[in-house]
Design a binder for this molecule. Structure first.
Ligand SMILES: [Zn+2]
Length: 265
């Protein structure tokens, strides 16, 4: 019995190595979700930029996050970074601007289906859940569609000493959009990544004309196409800053869901 186990373990390792050789590094990288820092670090006020957009772009063409000093919501779509500022203005950013927290992957559609008339964010999430083979791996999610309603938020750049995110969102800007086309860009993360990330759905919105967007708090979709990218590898780039080293993570990690889903506060 013990010998069988050893043999099967060796086989798995061999297959893995053969897979790397056959498919090469770029294929493996396309399946990876690359994350800058820890979401709970952002929650605790670590808003200093860690990695440039140019660097992040090397790891993916699709994702979300925020910018240095928490300056708005980030959407990466088709390899272009868009910033939704707290005044609602959307602009393209690139190059040396840094992000304190970002998620990116090279988006390849693995699962695709249509969605119609989901009246709120929760029912849309439940609809998508039915198409997922498991809840135990991350998925990148792209939804191109017509929306009856989008409620989104953005946050303003902060200055030191940085307040916690739970304090910042008390003054967040809320945007409400009606009857517009656009794309939801984001991820569904497994429960076991609580703290490092946020379990469940995290979507940002960008209108088709690239003039409106934000972190999605509520939505009603009229019709759209849902594209899912299955993630096979999760990479976290951990900050080397003394601010990050000094953070205390033993507190309540469940605060994340309160902050990220805050509607009116
Ligand atoms: Zn967000």
């Amino acid at each position: 019995m013990k010998r069988l186990k050893i043999i099967s373990l060796v086989l798995i390792v061999v297959l893995f190595v053969v897979g790397l050789t056959v498919f090469g590094k770029p294929v493996k990288d396309r399946d990876a979700l690359y994350q800058v820092s820890v979401l709970d670090g952002l929650l605790k006020g670590d808003y200093d930029g860690k990695l440039t957009l140019r660097e992040i772009r090397r790891h993916g063409d699709f994702g979300l996050g925020t910018f240095d000093r928490l300056d708005g919501e980030a959407i990466e779509l088709d390899g272009i970074f868009y910033q939704v500022r707290s005044d609602g203005v959307v602009q393209r950013l690139s190059g040396g601007i840094k992000s304190p927290f970002a998620m990116t992957t090279f988006f390849d559609t693995d699962i695709e289906f249509f969605v119609r008339q989901e009246s709120d964010y929760r029912s849309l999430q439940e609809f998508i859940d039915r198409y997922l083979p498991t809840k135990n791996i991350p998925f990148a999610i792209k939804i191109e569609g017509k929306f009856n309603y989008i409620k989104a938020r953005s946050v303003a750049a902060q200055s030191k000493p940085y307040p916690k995110l739970s304090e910042v969102v008390k003054n967040q800007s809320i945007f409400e959009f009606h009857d517009l086309e656009g794309t939801l860009v984001g991820f569904r993360m497994p429960d076991y990544l609580q703290g490092a990330n946020m379990p469940g759905y995290h979507l940002h919105f960008l209108s088709r004309d690239k003039t409106k967007g934000g972190h999605v708090l509520e939505c009603a979709i009229n019709s759209g196409k849902v594209k899912i990218d299955t993630i096979g590898c999760f990479i976290m780039a951990l900050p080397g800053s003394s601010d990050f080293y000094r953070l205390e993570f033993s507190g309540n990690l469940n605060e994340i869901s309160t902050v990220e889903n805050t509607i009116t506060k």
